[in-house]
Design a protein around this ligand. Structure first.
Ligand SMILES: Nc1ncnc2c1ncn2[C@@H]1O[C@H](COP(=O)(O)OP(=O)(O)OP(=O)(O)O)[C@@H](O)[C@H]1O
Length: 273
């Protein structure tokens, strides 16, 4: 497992200077008809940090992820990732740029094996270069070997070795979530978007997830944006937290600062904790 954890994020342009944010969201706004899903949302994330995105249902968290992964267009504001303005980037280019994602309801290739799904993540991270691995050129053989090694390491990391050849459709939800995490990491992201990764997990699985997120940050050097309703996980794993309410960012700071913020207590924590 060592190699994959030491490899770090990779397949993007030159790394940003550590003093510069990896992600900068400025005045982001998006409407769906009369619904203002996001309004004037601004925050930034430094490389290798875990940032929680919290807020009540309908606050705009998933819409924010959809803007970052270019599923939704921005109506106002800008998103800069690794120095690039995302407005000119298509959804199909996001992975090669260094942003990978998991979904609230898990989005995998159900009729393919676990191994094949993770392998697909490698291809997405390679961008256009993956075609080389289909041919028996020297570069193609090198890419193929690199992909095989990476898939092995990620299957080990996410405890998927035993089900490597099982069809995803035949797996329970919790295991499918691990496949989705492994596939996202296979893309060698600089930024990993996790949409409610703890939903439906028991206490032990949650502890395991916590350990994984820390390893992803500390050993792979990948920044994480985490949408999560489990406040205990957010408080333990996040370096910073952004709170959304009705599409607006009402607070941001360390988990402790945010938890003590009266606006946040009123809007969110008061009801749940
Ligand atoms: N495609 C869409 N068309 C119309 N309205 C939408 C669309 N997507 C999101 N919305 C609306 O935008 C608002 C924000 O929704 P979003 O799903 O981003 O919230 P959320 O914070 O992720 O909620 P949850 O915690 O329940 O997942 C909601 O009012 C939602 O109904």
């Amino acid at each position: 497992m060592g190699a994959v954890l030491d490899t770090g994020a990779a397949v993007t342009d030159a790394a940003p200077r550590a003093s510069e944010p990896l992600l900068r969201v400025e005045g982001l706004g998006i409407r769906f008809g009369g619904v203002c899903a996001l309004q004037d949302v601004s925050f930034s994330v430094m490389p290798g940090m875990v940032c929680g995105i919290i807020g009540p249902n309908g606050a705009g968290k998933t819409t924010l992820f959809n803007c970052l992964s270019r599923i939704n267009d921005l109506h106002e504001g800008r998103i800069h990732f690794n120095g690039r303005d995302l407005r000119g980037i298509g959804a199909h280019q996001v992975a090669a740029l260094g942003i990978a994602r998991t979904f609230q309801n898990v989005a995998l290739f159900d009729r393919q094996s676990v191994r094949k799904n993770v392998e697909t993540g490698c291809y997405l991270g390679f961008g256009g270069r993956h075609f080389a691995s289909l041919f028996m050129t020297r570069q193609g053989r090198r890419d193929r070997a690199e992909i095989d090694t990476r898939v092995d390491e990620l299957l080990e990391f996410a405890r998927l070795r035993d089900v490597a050849h099982v069809l995803v459709a035949d797996l329970p939800f919790g295991v499918r979530k691990r496949v989705e995490l492994a596939r996202a990491l296979a893309m060698r992201p600089r930024l990993l978007l996790l949409d409610e990764p703890a939903a439906g997990l028991n206490h032990e699985e949650m502890e395991e997830l916590l350990g994984w997120i820390r390893q992803i940050r500390d050993r792979m050097g990948v920044a994480v944006l985490l949408i999560e309703h489990h406040m205990s996980l957010v408080m333990r794993v996040c370096d910073q937290v952004v709170v959304l309410e009705f599409g607006r960012d009402i607070a941001s700071g360390t988990p402790q600062e945010v938890a003590a913020n009266p606006e946040v207590i009123r809007a969110y924590l008061g009801g749940d904790e």
